[in-house]
Design a protein around this ligand. Structure first.
Ligand code: ATP
Length: 557
């Protein structure tokens, strides 16, 4: 051991003047260590010759690495010293709200020609950055709007700055300052085609990792165009990125519109918004397809519909109510239009003499919603159609109302073999939608007077023909978006109908009892918000209109 130490020392030479490089420092560290081991040989195990050699090699390698790092840093420092732009770009410290300034950001969508020649500050994502020689073109994206920023090496923008911008990972959030100018040629790839930013500063607010699980351009591509296709599962597994596509940004903005316009219209005609429990003690729709959850020492269920509570509100004299909330269905339906959790837009209303008083309000509510979507969300609708081309949704005023026998006749005339009181299958519903569109030029209609036998026990029978009922479904592009009816408000009649349906009265006792203290005649219905959104836009799958869909095979993200 002493021999090894002496040899190493001998190679290191006189330490007081030779130890200058990291490599020599390493040697010294090894020598010191081995020396001290030699000194304390009683406590530390002696190093074998090969172990000491390995240790020396390892330390030398580390030293070399440190030397390289030091050299690179020195080079970078030297570069920085002559990087005249270094205050104009870089990564900002994590925003922790430490200051308030009077800087004003302009949203990409609000940049306009009348701002040309002025300085703008924009926060957006780097959709793409392309370095070509002494120029860097950055496509900045915010929601479904985009603008091009151009950086050119000049007296303000150094080569280093350009390199930094060119290397900024896609999807990073950046603050760009620059002068707004008129674009020499239309920038076809951006929503802002006629203006662009001559960039002067570029700061990263939040950097994205360089490898993305999907490319926004791929996820935004219309099916008809060539290029990689991102399948539904990849999209949903990476929903945060997928939601950034212009079409998705627009879809969920329109989804907001559906609920907002529903609320707006009903509020304007005197409805009260209520909130109904989602954890309930008994299954609302007869026990099937219900999610059971544990509830302290017992069990509870997730509400399949707010219907009973809406009706109780009517019994409590809150005569026009609506509610917007989650509805749970434990149906193993793996279809394009079923979810296990969806947003219910529910209405219930007392009427004076005929349930059509309610049906008229419902029809007008939908027409007002469609008109509101058309006028307030035109840009968003166009954005969706760019990726998912579709004919604009058509409707007529007043809303078309057909009765069940009319629909059966139309189907039969078109060659469909169907009984008078048989429920419509999904293909028959869609076919009927096509026939209605061809005849009446509308994608929206109400089908009234359903056969009593295919409706729930609480549905009021038709007074003119008890084989039919005072109940209706509403369709968009040939698919059901709402089911509703006049409900039986007479407890004795309700019991009688429940018996016909072979329902155990004990299980619905509290429901029946709600009507014992006097109840107004009333009607209502439930709409699936995701279905309305899907069908208004003509999308092919409800998973496109649910932000985080729940289906029998998907519980995340
Ligand atoms: P479907 O026949 O399409 O399964 P349903 O007759 O079960 O629908 P209702 O229970 O009457 O529908 O619900 C009223 C509305 O709620 C439907 O018209 C639809 O818009 C929506 N809805 C029902 N079930 C679902 C579901 N599983 N996923 C999404 N929306 C649904």
């Amino acid at each position: 051991m002493i021999r090894i130490v002496s040899r190493l020392f001998a190679r290191a030479g006189p330490l007081y003047y030779r130890v200058t490089t990291p490599l020599e420092h390493a040697h010294l560290r090894i020598c010191t260590r081995v020396y001290s081991m030699a000194d304390n040989s009683a406590e530390a195990p002696a190093l074998s010759k090969s172990a000491a050699k390995k240790l020396a090699a390892k330390q030398a390698k580390e030293a070399k690495k440190a030397e390289t790092q030091a050299r690179l840093k020195a080079e970078a420092d030297a570069r920085d010293a002559d990087d005249y732009s270094k205050d104009r770009y870089g990564k900002l410290p994590t925003c922790n709200s430490h200051e308030k300034t009077d800087r004003k950001w302009t949203e990409v969508e609000n940049l306009s020609k009348d701002m040309v020649d002025s300085e703008v500050l924009v926060r957006a994502r780097v959709h793409l950055s392309r370095l070509t020689g002494k120029q860097c073109f950055v496509k900045l994206r915010h929601r479904y709007f985009s603008v091009q920023a151009v950086f050119v090496v000049d007296e303000k923008t150094s080569k280093q700055m350009l390199k930094f911008i060119g290397g900024c990972p896609k999807e990073s959030i950046v603050d760009v300052v620059g002068t707004l100018v008129t674009a020499d040629n239309p920038v076809e790839s951006c929503s802002q085609k006629h203006i662009e930013i001559q960039g002067s500063t570029f700061n990263v607010v939040s950097e994205a990792v360089p490898q993305l699980p999907l490319q926004i351009d791929d996820a935004s591509r219309p099916l008809a165009e060539d290029g990689p296709v991102v399948n539904q599962d990849t999209r949903l597994n990476n929903r945060i990125l997928d939601l950034r596509t212009p079409a998705n940004q627009a879809i969920f903005r329109i989804g907001h519109g559906v609920a907002a316009l529903f609320r707006e219209y009903l509020t304007s005609v005197g409805f009260t918004e209520i909130h109904t429990p989602k954890i309930i003690s008994a299954a609302s729709e007869g026990g099937a397809n219900v999610f059971q959850v544990s509830y302290f020492k017992g069990n509870a269920y997730l509400a399949q519909s707010p219907q009973l509570y809406k009706q109780m509100a009517i019994c409590a004299d809150i005569e026009k109510v609506f509610t917007v909330g989650a509805v749970f269905r434990a149906e193993d339906s793996n279809t394009h239009r079923h979810l296990c959790e969806f947003v219910g837009l529910d209405i219930e209303m007392a009427f004076k003499e005929h349930y059509h008083e309610v049906l008229t309000v419902i029809g007008e509510m939908f027409l007002s919603m469609f008109k509101g979507l058309q006028t307030k969300y035109a840009t968003e609708i166009d954005t969706v159609y760019k990726q998912y081309p579709q004919e604009a949704f058509k409707f007529i005023e007043p809303a078309l109302r057909l009765e069940w026998p009319d629909a059966i006749s139309m189907l039969r005339e078109a060659g469909v073999d169907i009984g008078d009181f048989e429920d419509l299958s999904t293909p028959q519903e869609k076919f009927l939608g096509k026939l209605v569109k061809a005849k009446y030029d509308t994608d929206f209609y109400i089908l009234d007077k359903f056969p009593l036998a295919i409706r729930p026990f609480y549905t009021m029978p038709c007074p003119h023909d008890p084989l039919y009922s005072n109940s209706y479904d509403i369709f968009m592009r040939g698919e059901e978006i709402m089911s509703g009816a006049q409900r039986i408000h007479d407890p004795a009649m309700l019991e009688e109908r429940a018996k016909v349906h072979e329902i155990d009265l004990q299980t619905i006792r509290s429901y029946i009892d709600s009507f014992k203290f006097g109840a107004s005649p009333h009607a209502g219905g439930g709409v699936g918000a995701e279905r309305v959104l899907m069908l208004y836009l003509g999308l092919d799958n409800i998973r496109k209109s649910s932000m985080f869909p729940r289906d029998p095979k998907r519980l995340t993200p």
